[in-house]
Design a binder for this molecule. Sequence first.
Ligand SMILES: [Zn+2]
Length: 481
Amino acid sequence: MRLRLRDGDATAMINYLDKVTQDNQKISHLHRLDKTGKLQDVMWVDARNRAAYQYFGDVVCFDSTYLTNKYELPFSNFVGVNHHGQTILLGCALLSHEDAETFVWLFRSWLSCMGGKAPAAMMTDQDAAMRKAIRIAMPMPQTRHRWCMWHIMQKFSRKLGSLTEYPQIKVALQNVIYNSLTPEEFEEDWVVVIKTFELDTKKETKQCYKWLEGLYNQGEMWIPAYVKHIFRAGMQTTQRVESINSFLDRYLKKNTRLYQFAPRYCKAMESRAKDERAADVNCSRFTRPLVGEFAVERKFQKIYTDAKFVEVQLQCTRVCYVSPICSKVLSDLEVEHTLSDKVWVWSKFLRKEISLSGRKRTYVVVFNKQTLVAKCDCKHFECYDIVCMHIIKVLDVENVETVPAAYIVDRWRKDIQRKHSLVKVSYHDPEKTEKVMRYDKIMNVVEPVAMRGSLTEQKLDIVIEMIQNIVLRLDESNVLT
Ligand SMILES: [Zn+2]
């Protein structure tokens, strides 16, 4: 896939990005030219992206299919999840080729702009070139690479749609993929589906079976039952990529020209920043009432953002379905609790989790009497950083009145001031007057001072004293002019 440049497009785009930089806004853009001097690839991140990455750069989804599906522009974007669980933009690129060499250039350029620290988890499309590039630019063990469920589900109709029993096969496979709780369960049930529809024996299903077998053999890259111990910040949901793509659709139309692209993308970033500010304001004004008496609920009501508190509350309300079966002393410090619980599965139709009637399973929670920390084999905490209903039950049984610090995750807290919320999205506005541009320059210098000055009373006093001096100097300059 080539970048299709029309006359003047590339120059206009680079000029725009240069203008933003001239406005003294901290945008980083890197580009490569081909042998003939034409724009080949371009990547950019702004100051807000960089600041947000410090807090939310642990899990990043990289999507390069967006514009290649519908547009002439091969557009790639990096997205993450903020403290409200909202999708945030962390940079973007326009690429001339979708090969490993190009992706390595992109990932390295992007990481260097982001301070060099690679994400702990990187979610991408199931693409060999991308996989190779991630291995080179973001090697294990710092970065775990996983496939994004959305991309795989998108391919189902393309790869299997021609089969006569496709609707039934799709439902059966989705059921196995989403609802298996262990790798063993997944493997057993998968084979049952393959055998039921005779996918491995019929001549007409040979190609489809080969594709499915490839997916099955790479289960550790995408099947929820295999990857649930990896923190993914809620990024594994199939709706995530879909929602960011439909959001960008509002800003980028089919006929968007390259030179119009950068300002429109900046507008999209500004709109996301506005949503985040609105959610911050909502959290500071509104507190959701408690539904029960668990210490966990009381604690997180005070310190987590509303969206994340809702998740904690959901776990609290489900504790009533959890029944202790037995407990066993493992050592002087550890007790193992076995609990029975309903099986909760995601219903695509109802768009919420539902319990499967009559189906129950057991969970094992190991509680440490010294640290007061309990670990559950459902791995909900490891995957979402939200304490699960089984741990809440065990903490209650063990009479733990305070929430252990190990369950309090900074990532979801509302009482932390994050630097990126003070940083504006960078864009160039040709309408800006000289005065507005001077004001922006002042704000760029003042913001970091305000951040540091607000840390302690002593620092605040220094800032106030210096500002009073500045006011005096400005008054003096009025007299002189
Ligand atoms: Zn659990």
